[in-house]
Design a protein. Structure first.
Length: 142
């Protein structure tokens, strides 16, 4: 969704040069939907383990994803999540250390690339920003 938004050309206005109230471009709503879908993808990464470390990571990651979803400090929150998920992904899913004929290799590889897809979506948000339907854009008056 985020890639589609980036490649979508802006529509030409019939009244060139005239300001408009309420900039309700479909691109802004598509970016919002892309952020929400990224949150859904992130929810699949949560572990239901009750150790202090996993509870902390789940809480911290969920708080950052909520900030990304509503569009508040979006680039900083997404970049922090990229750093956190990248390090956790390498540490917790080392499929390259397991022999390829073992079932654990396939499970770790699946988890690794699933997390990598969330990281890729977050990198799109870091590069593109939150879009027009966000608290960051509302604060700027866009």
């Amino acid at each position: 969704m985020l890639l589609l938004v980036e490649n979508k050309p802006d529509a030409k206005s019939l009244f060139a040069g005239l300001p408009t109230l309420g900039d309700n471009k479909p691109k802004n709503y598509m970016q919002f939907v892309g952020r929400i879908l990224l949150v859904v993808m992130f929810l699949t990464l949560l572990r239901l383990d009750y150790s202090f470390f996993h509870l902390f990571i789940n809480f911290f990651g969920t708080a950052l994803m909520i900030l990304v979803a509503v569009g508040y400090k979006t680039k900083l929150s997404a970049f922090t999540l990229v750093c956190l998920l990248s390090s956790l992904n390498v540490l917790s899913n080392p499929f390259w250390m397991i022999e390829s004929d073992k079932p654990l290799h396939d499970f770790l590889k699946y988890d690794f690339f699933q997390t990598l897809s969330v990281i890729g979506g977050l990198l799109f948000i870091v590069a593109l920003g939150p879009g027009g339907v966000s608290l960051d854009a509302h604060k700027k008056g866009l």
